[in-house]
Design a protein around this ligand. Structure first.
Ligand code: NAP
Length: 488
């Protein structure tokens, strides 16, 4: 390549690294390849997508509940993008360990961080550190077969509290209360089935700190709770408080109106005498309960024995305030599902309050608030863990638009040859996985599902299994790289 070869030409495409292959990263890569500049032939781009996990799809593989096939179906759209062949996938490559910012800067003209948020937000109440107090996001990682979390999950509680009124709280409560056999149609790994099968749970209580008109979950996800077999839903009349602001919300927001309607119908249909309910498990929905303390066990100090709430009342503005009345529930486990929180990335300025990479519309900023040339962010690590997967598209569009605007001023890569990064990883002994590797692992997981179906089902239950997820990282890597598995 001659020195005068312009960046963005066919001989010297603009080299972009995207860190994270969840929806945010794939959407950003896709939007860039479909931008007017690229479509018109004015700009050539070469995009490499890195992920710390051996498999692509991030949140969809490791954050969406297994019994949500409709959302998991977004994978088909992401698959189509990556299967086109114009975006390279490098799995099992950890930014900060296997590849540094200096490496990326040397090989790419621009870097987009799309690392999402996987940790639980903190809840600072006494007792949060007790045995039996869990983060909802950690539990999600476990039931979704995340390679880096322990295979065993302590499911020994009969009564469980789930804190929060968002969709993650509903996922956690639904997965805790559903019977394991009813999850065998999903892709749950065998260790997750075994754990859930042995759970002695009888009662799962979900607590929101505001009222029924202030919930954060969505209508479909709420209604779905009533589809779990042998699980009764229980509501409490004293929690149905609506102030003027609630009425306004019900009138102006269709989702809230639908959900309040669903909840009101459920409580109207509920027998006055709860002993008439026959299911072996119950899912209780409580409102106007603010968590105050997780109670230590007197018999086995260090273990959760209960949870204390302050009852709240609506304050007319959509918020709730304490009433001074406290109420205890005996539970042996507490799951906080009060939101996710992003993790800091090496060598990138991080806003520790918001849990996001410091940025302005996706342009990464330094400590002085100046744009760091060539660095961008998109998705939850840019705007925080809010919004549905589809919202990430608008986010990616904004980031990519800025990147294209900055095109003439990017700090150019010293070693832009596409093979150089492969040599770098190989030279370091990084066992990276490729798109072809993912296709092999994907086929392997589908074959495990087909084999279980052919054998007449799983665990003595006659059921069609679409896929069985491979969990251990080493197995994922071996199957992806060599088609070798310790599992079959
Ligand atoms: P979320 O929607 O923000 O809900 C967080 C919940 O935690 C809220 O009810 C919040 O109450 C409560 N909370 C926060 N701090 C609290 C505290 N100190 N004490 C008690 N309660 C507290 O977060 P999320 O459930 O983690 O979901 C994140 C995003 O992913 C959302 O956009 C969600 O819709 C999406 N998602 C979607 C699905 C799906 O199936 N469609 C599944 C999972 C996640 P306040 O409202 O009072 O603050």
């Amino acid at each position: 390549m001659s020195i005068s070869t312009p960046v963005g030409s066919a001989d010297r495409p603009l080299r972009v690294a995207v860190i994270g292959s969840g929806p945010a990263g794939v959407y950003a890569a896709d939007i860039l390849t479909k931008s007017e500049a690229v479509k018109s032939g004015e700009l050539n781009v070469s995009i490499d997508l890195f992920d710390r996990y051996p498999a692509p799809y991030g949140l969809i593989r490791y954050g969406v509940a297994p019994d949500h096939p409709r959302i998991k179906g977004i994978v088909n759209a992401l698959h189509k993008v990556l299967d086109r062949g114009d975006i390279r996938f490098f799995g099992n490559v950890d930014y900060g360990t296997d590849i540094s910012i200096e490496d990326l800067r040397k090989h790419y003209d621009a870097i987009i961080f799309a690392t999402g948020a996987i940790k639980d937000a903190d809840l600072n109440i006494p007792g949060i550190e007790l045995e039996g107090s869990f983060g909802g996001a950690d539990f999600v990682s476990w039931f979704d077969g995340h390679p880096d979390v322990p295979r065993e999950w302590p499911l020994d509680a009969k009564e469980i509290a789930v804190l929060g009124n968002g969709n993650v709280a509903l996922d956690v409560a639904r997965m805790l209360s559903k019977h394991a056999d009813d999850l065998l149609v999903t892709e749950i790994p065998d260790n997750v089935y075994a754990g859930l099968k042995n759970s002695p749970v009888t009662d799962v209580h979900v607590f929101g700190r505001r009222g029924p008109a202030q919930v954060k979950f969505t209508p479909l996800e709420l209604r779905e709770l009533s589809h779990s077999k042998d699980v009764d839903i229980i509501l409490y009349a004293e929690d149905f408080e609506f102030d003027e602001e609630s009425d306004r919300q019900i009138q102006t927001n269709n989702q809230i109106k639908t959900m309040v309607g669903t909840l009101t119908n459920w409580i109207a249909e509920q027998p006055e005498d709860l002993s008439e309910l026959t299911a072996s498990r119950r899912l209780h929905l409580h409102f106007l309960h603010s968590p105050v303390e997780i109670v230590d066990s007197a018999e086995t100090p260090g273990k959760v024995a209960g949870i204390k709430f302050e009852r709240t009342e609506l304050d007319g503005t959509g918020n709730a305030r304490g009433t001074g009345e406290f109420i205890d529930y005996p539970v042996q486990a507490v799951y906080r599902a009060i939101g996710y929180f992003g993790s800091a990335l090496p060598d990138v300025e991080f806003d520790h309050k918001k849990g996001v990479v410091t940025n302005d519309g996706g342009r990464v900023l330094d400590a002085d608030g100046q744009h760091v040339p060539g660095l961008y962010a998109t998705g939850w690590i840019k705007r925080g863990p809010i919004g549905l997967i589809g919202h990430t598209k608008g986010d990616a569009l904004e980031t990519v638009t800025y990147l294209l605007e900055d095109r003439e001023n990017l700090p150019l890569a010293e070693v832009p040859a596409a093979d150089a990064v492969v040599d770098l990883l190989d030279g370091r002994g990084v066992k990276f996985t490729s798109w072809e590797g993912w296709l092999a692992l994907d086929a392997h997981e589908l074959a495990l599902g087909a084999a279980a179906t052919e054998a007449g089902g799983s665990h003595g239950v006659e059921v069609k299994r679409e896929r069985v997820k491979v969990v251990p990282r080493e197995d994922m890597v071996n199957i992806s790289r060599d088609g070798v598995s310790a599992q079959v």
